[in-house]
Design a protein around this ligand. Sequence first.
Ligand code: PGA
Length: 245
Amino acid sequence: MTTKILAGNWKLNKNRNETREFFKALGTQAASSPVKKIVATSPTLLESARLAAEQSGVEIYSQNIAWDASGAWTGEISPVQLKDIGISGTLIGHSERRQFFGDTSESCKRRLECAMKHEIHTIFCVGETLSERKASLTRALLEEQLKAVCDLKAPRELLVIAYEPVWAIGTGVVAEVPQIKESHAWIAEILAKSGAPAYQILYGGSVKPSNFSEISKIPYVAGGLVGGASLDPKSFLELHAALML
Ligand code: PGA
């Protein structure tokens, strides 16, 4: 059986004190479970979160990573700098990076290559906007966004895909089961066709404790990338419990 994954994406939320409070409340309740638990934080929280999370079994990830280990890249965060503070995981290509901060398939590819070179565990995010879905472009778009992954053929244990339809992120609109089923199966097919490893695929977009159990049972859904519902320790534990069902 492959390990299920619960990954929280805290976006631009929490300060160090709130982070410590979160992990204090979490305690060791989920520490020894077979679920892989991750929280991706802002750069200023990474180190304190890692220390605060030590007993909880939660791994701390960055929300972004540079395409180079060092150099003239103002505002970026390098894999070497991450490792220096004990962080060895990151998100790449979250839709908010692609939509609002200019990340493209090309820049995501470069970030991914750099992350893999430095053995940084990566959750690589893909997903269509509402207008792309309405124009029946979902399949083509996913294929295009996954090209970086297919070309690279990274080790399976270093890379996870997150399918997050942009229209379902932070909106309260959850994709319907058949829509999730279709996209996840399509992603698995794209990976298989290219000869890439069968990477685990997470679903993201308005995941909540109340819908997570159903979503996580859909074929090819290995867990979730969760924003809003991952911020509260009680809700995080409920999400965790939903994966154990
Ligand atoms: P959400 O965010 O769960 O708040 O919709 C998901 C994400 O952005 O990864």
